[in-house]
Design a protein. Sequence first.
Lengths: 177, 246
Amino acid sequence: MTTPGQTIGPFYGYALPYRRDHELVPPARPGAIRLHGTVFDGAGVPVPDALLEIRQAGPDGVVPTVDGSIRRDGTRFTGWGRAGVDPGGHYSFTTLVPGGPVPFFAVVVFARGLLDRLFTRAYVPGPGLGDDPFLASLDPDERATLVAVAEPSGDLRFDIRLQGPGQTTFLTFEGTP
Amino acid sequence: MTADPSQRDISAEIEALHAGPAPARQPILSFTPYRSSTLRHPTRAPRRVDPEGAELFAPVFGHCDVDPLEADLTIRHGGVPIGERIVVQGRVVDGDGRPVRRQLVEVWQANAGGRYLHQRDQHPSPVDPNFTGVGRCLTDDDGGYRFVTIRPGPYPWRNHHNAWRPAHIHFSLFGTQFTQRLITQMYFPGDPLSGLDPIYQSVTDPRDRERLVAAYDHDLSEHEWLLGYRWDIVLSGPHRTPLDAS
Ligand SMILES: [Fe+2]
């Protein structure tokens, strides 16, 4: 029997965030981009008490399995990061664009008011997305919520809507009871 | 303008939802007695998918990330915190019963008076200068973790009139896959507030709900020093892909 989840609550802010938690690479590193966006509730209001984590491959398509995500030394790419939102509901990671045939960032969302975590994916926009069987199985509006938007700067924008029109497509994994 | 609901109102809502046809083994995201969930639960069902790529790998943490002293929440601030010293100990295993080895466990909690060291906590109960209520450790080769801390106090919140959270410790856990990520809360046995709490009661299957409650374990208590609680955590998964099925 699986231990149930419970909400992250309002008071994680002095416990879970840590220095450079959201910097998978230093901002000055060549190739560094921001993956950023805003978390909205069902009324379209930004959620000021949400926390996100991402897991990803490097540009070579390989998912790193090295430690060092908490005490970041600025050289090792661990492929994992954590970002709390600011009072305007905005989060931002500094990272590298993942590689591979249909690259995406695995994303998990926690918030006060959200009784259990939500999983989703932020796909890197590109021509290969049309070939992905999972994406092809979705309605166009559901699919659109999973694809990050490339900005002129090279950054990627990925907003999250917990509820309502344009709700983000959340995921449950095979093998989940 | 309507008055805040009473505990009686909230308890009646909880009872009605518990009488529903299929007890939920995970929290019901749209559990209306927890008022903050109203605009924050998805209304479209999640899409079922085979995990792939980065989802198949949990982040890796090591001894460079976590200082062993971070597992004792009572020794890090110069003086001795007020309250009942306890140890909370247990194992993290996956759905197949396999230990989750050398993985990060994070905890945070209120102090003995029910106050968090968080600027948004307005509960008029004193901050303890010798207690922040934050800890980390890595599990051992058997999936075991151990925190020495102070038993947290219950605290009021604004869900409804005279609302109180039962004493609890927040836990953050990782498995061997990203898909196993879990944040939850550990409760104490015999707490009279648990039956009144819409967050705890959002897991409507009583047997699964009770998985959130630690057991008092006298064998973990130490002579003239502290009281022991045992709490084991079972993560979901591992989530297999069709390739594993052979
Ligand atoms: Fe709490």
